[in-house]
Design a protein around this ligand. Structure first.
Ligand code: GDP
Ligand code: ZN
Length: 364
């Protein structure tokens, strides 16, 4: 255990390893000696971060250098804290390399995008039996998950409402391209143990999916108790008033870590270009056979993708969704770069380029 004078705002029984710390982090941290301590960000409130450290938690601001670079730690980040006995505070001075990251929108001018959550190993894409079960929506979430670097798992909740949960899973195998599809009922607990392989101690998971599919219900079941009762943490707002915020990183009953926050729940397609390549490998492969390298797979002659649709080997709805996601991605990128005025003109050009970029990403 590291010796430190860090003021612990709160005690907890967890070691750094319990919080997901690995050899890799240890190596990245090894250059820091002295009054430095590693920790993991559990939540952020404007300019104050709550950082879980070995056996406790501290609240900290960030260094001027990080601020200048626009590098704001996100929930899930492993950070380096510097103790400042002279002011009685601790400060985040570095962010260790992120294994995975969910980002919002496009990178800003300094290349600092808005990271919503970092270092998520596995993302459970939650959908529910009934009207939410929609292959196109799953494709969208898959693109987002793949782009983050986290490993996706598709969970079909509310299986208790379905006559035949197994056939529910079959419905999604056409879009899942080898990704596990697991029917569960968060309410009855049926099938929830099939998530165990993805919940090993020290693994960080997150849930994404539409509102109402049962994410909170599943979190509470995995926690073994209602989260909201236990995850409140003391904090101070800009004016130094005492406020209460909800901790966004917590440890589940089985030892896995869960990140849950509103930004993640509402995560958009953003910079998910690499994710689209992983989600639609079939279309990108077909596109290599198109006559034009910038083919949009619409009305171009010699389009191998349209040919596959005509031949019935590719679903028209799947292609349409691919095009919609690519377009959205181009839109997100352009919005940030050129503003809305010139957008319409540049938009179509960008889509062709985007598809080429995606092809390159895929080739790596
Ligand atoms: P969230 O918006 O994704 O967090 O969804 P909630 O967890 O708030 O659940 C939305 C509604 O679905 C609530 O009324 C839950 O009781 C219900 N629900 C959640 N899981 C299940 C389930 O497995 N089966 C059934 N029948 N209802 C569920
Ligand atoms: Zn084409």
């Amino acid at each position: 255990m590291r010796q430190s004078t860090f003021r612990c705002e709160e005690q907890h029984p967890y070691t750094l390893e319990d919080l997901g710390w690995t050899e890799e982090h240890e190596r990245a941290f090894s250059k820091y000696t002295g009054r430095y301590l590693p920790g993991r960000v559990a939540c952020r409130q404007k300019t104050v971060w709550e950082v879980l450290i070995d056996s406790g938690s501290v609240t900290a601001g960030i260094s001027g250098a990080l601020r200048k670079l626009g590098r704001f730690p996100a929930v899930g980040d492993f950070v380096v804290l510097l103790d400042q006995p002279e002011t009685g505070t601790s400060r985040i001075v570095d962010i260790l390399p992120q294994k995975t990251r969910f980002a919002r929108g496009t990178p800003g001018r300094e290349g600092a995008d808005q990271v919503i959550a970092a270092n998520i190993d596995t993302v459970l894409i939650v959908t529910a039996a009934g009207h939410d079960l929609n292959a196109r929506r799953i494709e969208r979430y898959l693109a987002i998950a793949h782009a983050s670097g986290a490993r996706p798992v598709i969970v079909i909740n509310k299986s208790d409402l379905a006559d035949d949960p197994v056939s529910l899973a079959d419905e999604l195998t056409s879009v899942s391209s080898g990704i596990p599809v697991i029917p569960i009922s968060a309410v009855s607990g049926e099938g929830v143990d099939r998530l165990d392989p993805y919940l090993s101690p020290g693994t960080t998971i997150a849930l994404i999916g539409s509102s109402g599919v049962g994410k909170s219900t599943l979190i509470n079941r995995l926690m073994g108790r209602p989260v909201q009762d236990t995850s409140h943490t003391r904090d101070y707002d800009d004016k130094g008033r005492h406020t209460t915020t909800v901790r966004q990183l917590f440890i589940l009953a089985g030892g896995a870590l869960m990140i849950d926050n509103p930004g993640l729940r509402e995560v958009g397609i953003g910079t998910a270009s690499a994710g689209i390549a992983d989600t639609f490998p079939d279309i990108l492969e077909l596109a290599e056979g198109c006559r034009f390298s910038d083919c949009r797979h619409e009305l171009e002659p010699g389009c191998a993708v349209q040919a596959a649709v005509a031949a019935g080997t590719l679903s028209a709805a799947r292609l349409e969704n691919f095009q919609r996601l690519v377009q959205e991605l181009a839109f997100e990128r352009d919005k940030a770069e050129i503003g809305l005025v010139q957008l319409e003109k540049k938009r179509w050009k960008a889509i062709g380029k985007m598809q080429r970029d995606i092809g390159k990403t895929k080739g790596r």
